[in-house]
Structures are given as structure tokens and as C-alpha cells.
Design a protein around this ligand. Structure first.
Ligand SMILES: NC(=O)c1ccc[n+]([C@@H]2O[C@H](COP(=O)([O-])OP(=O)(O)OC[C@H]3O[C@@H](n4cnc5c(N)ncnc54)[C@H](OP(=O)(O)O)[C@@H]3O)[C@@H](O)[C@H]2O)c1
Length: 242
């Protein structure tokens, strides 16, 4: 094992949203590097199933990031930890709508988990995170490549990037970064029609969706990379350069 891959050995890595998808892959990769992994999501059955799949070295808690008191209680019970990844995202309601048809209630709710949830987790997590620790948030490629019918998810993803920059200054020396995924083939996105997925990925230099483990690599780099803060790491099969 190289020195950099030992960077997480014995560290406590918290993954909010770690019960499935990208977050689960982050948790599994951190566990493989010897970290003690703590995952959290809002549904008990999902947390239990994920902890079982992760095996030794992982524990889990039920936390709804929309409930600030629950978030505060989670970090109080957890105590000191080293690295935090936030990948929680809900998929309810249709935040995908053209501006003229938007339900503003749905538009506001689209920020609840992905933006306000992230901020609640940072607010309470930053009190007990190690000085040399890191926080990695999750945006999305819509922030860089908006599509028709998607002004709200574009704004959510963009807001995460600016929150990241603000937090990197505010919380230093704790490092704060974000991963900006393109299409990642999680159970969630695999439910989308294949031809729709292809329209997103076909013009990319790497014309396919990412395996969740490939996206997880970016989170692990940002945890280990001690001189990287305030950055947004695009993991998009090169889609942003063409
Ligand atoms: N997959 C992609 O192609 C892609 C691309 C760009 C951006 N992203 C972003 O990356 C994030 C993760 O995507 P994914 O594909 O990995 O989705 P996913 O598999 O659905 O994972 C999301 C996780 O968030 C948890 N969660 C949902 N609501 C929560 C809440 N209120 N409190 C705490 N946890 C909550 C879910 O578990 P519970 O249901 O148990 O709460 C689930 O484990 C999302 O924000 C998504 O927008 C994904």
C-alpha cells in the first residue's frame, strides 16, 4: 500500500447518504483503505442493509438531514471524526420542469436535502471534525451544462459549488471541496430509460456512465489531498471539454 493510500487508515469517515449509490461506493472504498466508516441516511431499512453489505468496520445511523435537531444529535453522539462526505439526495417531486410551468413549492423543496441538508450537516459536523479533516459535498454537471426544462436542479447544483468555496474559506484549515458527477450508474439512474442515458453520455470522450466506484475515487482523493480546498472536481467522462 502506498503512503497516500494509507492516509485513511484508522481514520473515521462519515458518509451522509451512504446507504446507496455514490455514497455507498465512497463508504466501501474508504473501508477498503482501512477507515472506520459511519454511514447515515433517512430510512432505517436502507441503513441496516448497507451496513450489512459493508461488513466489518462500518456502522450506521438513521438521520434525516431535513431535520436539524436530528443532524445535531447525530454529530453529538458520534464525537470526533476525520472526514465527511455528503451524497444525500432525494428524488421526490418533479424539480425537472420549464420555468413557466414550475410549481414554486416543489422548486423550493428541491433545495431541502441537497443544499439545506448539506449545510445543516456542515454546521453541526464542523464542530467535531479534526483540524486536518475534510468535507466533500456533491454537485452535478447540470451546473456546467444546463439543459432545457432543468433550471431548478441546475441552480441546486450550482449553489453547492459556491457553498463549497465559501465554506473552504470559512472553515479553514478544515478542507472543503465538492465532487461534480456526470452520469453515475447507481440503482437510481439505472431506472432511467437507456436511450435517455445515452443522450447524456454519447458525446463524451468516454461515452458511458461512470461506475459508482469510479466516482468514489474523487471523494477519496479529496479526503487524502491535504493541499486541496475550495475545489470542484468534475467526474464526467470528459463531457465538459467537448
Ligand atoms: N447518480 C448520478 O448520475 C448523479 C449525477 C449527478 C449528481 N448526483 C447527485 O449525487 C447524489 C447521490 O446520487 P445517487 O445516484 O447516489 O443517489 P441515491 O442512490 O438515491 O443516494 C442518495 C442517498 O441519499 C439518502 N437520502 C435521501 N434523502 C435523505 C434525507 N432526507 N436524509 C438523509 N439521507 C437521505 C438516501 O437514503 P434514504 O432513502 O435511506 O434516506 C440514499 O442513500 C444526489 O444528490 C444526486 O443528485 C448523482
Amino acid at each position: 500500500m502506498s503512503a497516500s493510500s494509507k492516509a485513511l487508515e484508522g481514520k473515521t469517515v462519515v458518509v451522509i447518504g451512504g446507504a446507496s449509490g455514490i455514497g455507498f461506493a465512497v463508504a466501501a472504498a474508504a473501508r477498503d483503505e482501512g477507515a472506520r466508516v459511519v454511514i447515515a441516511s433517512s430510512q432505517d431499512a436502507n441503513v441496516q442493509a448497507a451496513v450489512t453489505r459493508l461488513g466489518g468496520g462500518a456502522t450506521g445511523s438513521v438521520v434525516d438531514v431535513g431535520d436539524e435537531a436530528a443532524v445535531a444529535g447525530f454529530f453529538e453522539r458520534l464525537g470526533p471524526f476525520d472526514h465527511l462526505a455528503f451524497t444525500a439526495g432525494d428524488w421526490g417531486g418533479s424539480m425537472f420542469a420549464p420555468a413557466r410551468d414550475l410549481d414554486l413549492g416543489v422548486a423550493q423543496a428541491a433545495f431541502t436535502v441537497r443544499f439545506w441538508g448539506a449545510l445543516a450537516v456542515v454546521k453541526h459536523g464542523c464542530r467535531t471534525i479534526a483540524e486536518g479533516g475534510s468535507i466533500t459535498l456533491t454537485g452535478g454537471m447540470l451546473a456546467h451544462r444546463p439543459m432545457k426544462g432543468a433550471p431548478v436542479p441546475t441552480a441546486v447544483a450550482g449553489a453547492i459549488e459556491h457553498l463549497t468555496r465559501g465554506l473552504a474559506v470559512d472553515l479553514a484549515p478544515v478542507r472543503v471541496n465538492a465532487v461534480c458527477p456526470g452520469i453515475v450508474l447507481t440503482d437510481r439512474t439505472k431506472q432511467l430509460p437507456e436511450d435517455l442515458l445515452r443522450t447524456f453520455t454519447t458525446r463524451q470522450p468516454l461515452p458511458r456512465g461512470a461506475d459508482p466506484a469510479e466516482a468514489a475515487e474523487a471523494y477519496l482523493y479529496l479526503m487524502r489531498g491535504g493541499y486541496t480546498t475550495g475545489q470542484v472536481l468534475l467526474v464526467d467522462g470528459g463531457g465538459s471539454v467537448v
